[in-house]
Design a protein. Structure first.
Length: 494
């Protein structure tokens, strides 16, 4: 609605503005930005982007300090929501050309000077963003410059393809495995050609010039030249840039309305397109129902998508579908055999299936993933997962491995006691609970579990002593307090 109001005020063409706003609202490529909770910043920053344009339009109509200050304030708030707004000063210059037509009465240099505060803030925001994300930047050894340059060209064309044929949209797009220089050059020629036509026709068709440059400029921050993602493209990156293409196409087609029956024909076409987009968007929203539907769809519509294989495999593991998870992890490793995350997850899945000997090779390959935590911690984590699945003998085996590497980990002693007690081996469990106490900073859980085991063994006096020690160490434990009250006929230590 705000986009419709903004465009209508600037162009005085409500029908064209309505169609552009409808395309923006209904296009399935924008589902990710709305459906994904993490991308609420994308929606918020776009809201502030449009409000900034509206305030700027008011400043152009009434050149007063308050409107200029409001424009600058909204711009800063937008940058705080998401640095995507760094290109907005250039877009404001484009709006000066059309539809505001300020180039007829003002020199370019004057319009640029007017926006110097915006450019300065954009540069500062860009520097801060790069510095803040410096640890997340992917090195050129992993993603070479040549690959990134190829990706820039393919991304510019790829988002147009998404707009025209929104099928196969997903949450992660892998790099193409066989990018050819000839193909990239052909696409580059197409981009340069459209840009040249837009520039040549800028006086007769200013909406084409402004809309196309809007698209080219606003995509720059997300072209992954400075790469923080393993994906060269993402649906959310097209949220603002495609507004420019919508404007260029819709305002361009309406120039044909003077032809006979053109209005009726274009109205019918617009209705059909919007209806089709509604259906596709509804379908796309369905893929965001849960992690399983999302990752499964990604695996189905892309090739060599090791990230989707890994994520879908992890989802299947949580659902207890270990065999299917193994298939997904294995497919991912066919693409990136040395990926530590995939190797670790495949190792875990194979262990769950009791295929420990086969799994060992993947554990060794996953060393970069768990090296900082330590091998003992990895075994402990896996054992805890096995305990949740009630695979107690297997959990016991890996807890022993963890204990051999770190004999002072009180949590491992606790897990060993719980694992053994679940198998009815109370005497052995009691030994581990008792041994773990001397290594714990706060042993209330060990005393608690020890007390429960002693109760099961009929050693009531020792059990109460252990439970009282647990409560003394953690007076806020309602579980311990309730057991003691029940034992003591309504009394428990205060």
């Amino acid at each position: 609605m705000l986009l419709f109001i903004c465009l209508t005020r600037m162009t005085q063409k409500p029908w064209q503005s309505a169609i552009v706003a409808a395309l923006f609202a209904l296009h399935p490529v924008n589902v990710e930005s709305v459906a994904w909770a993490s991308e609420r910043k994308n929606v918020l920053s776009t809201l502030l982007w449009i409000l900034t344009m509206m305030a700027y339009h008011r400043h152009v109509q009434q050149p007063k300090t308050k409107w200029y200050a409001l424009t600058l304030l909204l711009f800063v708030l937008g940058l705080m929501a998401k640095p995507m707004l760094v290109t907005l000063p250039v877009v404001l210059l484009l709006l000066d050309y059309w539809p505001l037509q300020r180039f007829k009465s003002r020199r370019l240099i004057d319009l640029v000077i007017e926006k110097i505060p915006f450019f300065i803030i954009s540069i500062l925001s860009g520097v801060v963003t790069i510095f803040a994300q410096r640890q997340a930047l992917i090195s050129f050894a992993v993603a070479p410059l040549q690959l990134r340059l190829h990706s820039v060209v393919h991304s510019y064309v790829g988002y147009i393809k998404m707009m025209l044929w929104p099928k196969g949209l997903t949450m992660f797009y892998p790099y193409a495995s066989n990018i050819q220089l000839s193909h990239t050059l052909l696409l580059l020629v197409c981009i340069v050609g459209v840009t040249a036509v837009a520039f040549y026709r800028r006086r007769r068709m200013p909406y084409l010039f402004v809309g196309w440059l809007w698209y080219l400029v606003t995509l720059v921050p997300v072209l992954q030249l400075l790469q923080v993602s393993a994906s060269p493209m993402a649906d959310r990156y097209a949220y603002v840039p495609l507004i420019g293409v919508f404007v260029a196409v819709v305002y361009g087609l309406t120039e044909l309305q003077h032809m006979r029956y053109a209005r009726v024909f274009m109205g019918v076409c617009a209705g059909c397109v919007l209806l089709a987009l509604c259906l596709l968007t509804r379908q796309q929203v369905g893929y965001w129902k849960n992690s399983g539907t999302l990752f499964k769809h990604a695996v189905e519509v892309t090739n060599g998508n090791y990230v989707a294989n890994n994520d879908y495999g992890m989802y299947l593991m949580k659902e207890g579908k270990v065999q299917e998870a193994i298939v997904q992890f294995s497919k991912g490793l066919e693409v990136v055999p040395d990926n530590p995350h995939l190797n670790f997850n495949l190792w875990s899945a194979l262990v769950f299936e009791g295929r420990g000997a086969e799994a060992q090779q993947y554990f060794l390959r996953s060393r970069p993933f768990w090296h900082s935590a330590g091998e003992a911690a990895v075994y402990k984590m896996l054992s805890h997962a096995l305990m949740r699945q009630k695979k107690y003998p297997l959990a016991y085996e890996y807890l022993q491995k963890s204990l051999s590497l770190d004999p002072t980990d009180a949590v491992v002693y606790d897990y060993l006691g719980l694992t053994l007690s679940a198998q009815g081996r109370f005497e052995e469990a009691l030994e581990y609970f008792s041994s773990g106490v001397k290594f714990a900073n706060n042993a209330w859980e060990l005393y608690f579990h020890r007390g429960l085991i002693l109760k099961k063994m009929g050693r009531e006096k020792e059990a109460r002593e252990s439970l009282e020690k647990s409560l003394a160490l953690n007076p806020n434990s309602n579980d311990v307090r309730s057991i003691l009250k029940k034992e003591g006929g309504g009394s428990a230590p205060p």
